[in-house]
Ligand binder design. Structure first.
Ligand code: FE2
Ligand code: FE2
Length: 327
């Protein structure tokens, strides 16, 4: 009976509060202040909470401020784990405003890259890969017509998937086989991140409608699983498909540029996030952004065709060093 009484409050805590152990054990950490009493072993005071420690702290800051007459003491809360937010500044000393990427993630795009390179499909696998991409392009052209801003934004939601899937599978393979990756995990994850930054940029100039958001969810569900299975079965084929997808992306961005030059799409100022990410000039425009994005796609084309070629030669990716930082 005694033990049941002891267990009951603990079960009540677990049942009502689904958050990290940090909050549960906080009283022991912070001693006998007001929060400690509220979070004490006597039982839960609050309803279900589904947030992390930081969110709990932020909410409690307000309550704590009231209790301490407006004086915030959040420093102790945030630094308990030793996680400090160091101030990041630009080269000119001004504060860095982005948390999704840092100055060391930025780069100047190599615009001299050959945009016209094409992998001639020779084997039946190459032909199937190209046919797959051409087939996928057909409904895309019908859906988007000449709305290139919207098209770019939507297609980047797909383009950011293969690098992540390939990187993840190589990561798992490295763990399973106790093997080095040759830098390919990082290289493919870099590609995924770069593609995601394309999306973060284009959503500044084109907002998705509700049905477009729904379409992205559906397409992601299908494409992620298809690419995942495809990569498991044949990374050679998977990389070739992406190589051809990137060739199509170059073509799409070239059409995008033509529409801007014709005046059919406004050459609006470049989003601030793009100026910082690609280190563009302060007066950069949408045209400049499309130029650097297209150059990125050309680099992705090279990396993926190269990866497929490595497999064609009967080698594994890890046997040749990955082109890390190849933008
Ligand atoms: Fe992209
Ligand atoms: Fe790409």
């Amino acid at each position: 009976m005694g033990s049941r009484m002891a267990v009951a409050p603990a079960m009540k805590i677990v049942g009502n509060r689904l958050f990290s152990t940090a909050a549960i054990f906080r009283p022991a950490v912070f001693g006998f202040n007001n929060n400690a009493i509220r979070y004490g072993a006597a039982g839960p005071v609050f309803g279900p909470r589904f947030m992390g420690t930081a969110a709990v702290s932020a909410e409690e800051d307000g309550e704590e401020a009231k209790l301490t007459g407006g004086k915030k003491e959040d420093k102790a809360v945030m630094s308990y784990w030793g996680v400090e937010h160091k101030k990041v500044v630009k080269e000119d000393g001004s504060q860095w405003k982005w948390t999704c990427f840092r100055p060391w993630d930025t780069y100047s795009s190599d615009l001299s890259i050959d945009l016209g390179k094409h992998h001639l499909p020779v084997t039946w696998m190459d032909k199937l890969a190209q046919w797959t991409v051409k087939t996928l392009r057909w409904p895309t052209d019908i859906f988007f017509q000449r709305r290139y801003g919207c098209r770019a934004m939507m297609l980047e939601t797909v383009a950011a998937v293969p690098g992540m899937v390939g990187g993840m599978l190589l990561h798992l393979s490295s763990l399973r086989r106790f093997e080095h990756s040759g830098g390919w995990i990082r290289s493919l994850l870099e590609e995924a991140e770069n593609e995601r930054m394309h999306l973060m940029t284009f959503m500044e100039v084109s907002q998705p409608r509700w049905y477009e958001r729904a379409l992205v969810i559906a397409v992601q569900g299908v494409f992620f699983n298809a690419y995942f299975l495809g990569y498991l079965i044949s990374p050679k084929f998977a990389h070739r498909v992406v190589g051809y997808l990137e060739e199509e992306a170059i073509h799409s961005y070239t059409e995008f540029l033509k529409e801007i030059d014709k005046g059919n799409i406004d050459n609006v100022p470049a989003p601030a996030i793009a100026i910082d990410y690609w280190r563009l000039q302060p007066g950069a425009t949408l045209r400049d952004v499309v130029m650097v994005v297209r150059a990125d796609e050309a680099h992705h084309r090279d990396v993926n065709h190269y990866a497929s070629d490595i497999h064609v030669q009967g080698l594994k990716l890890k046997e040749l060093p990955a082109p890390v930082g190849y933008h």
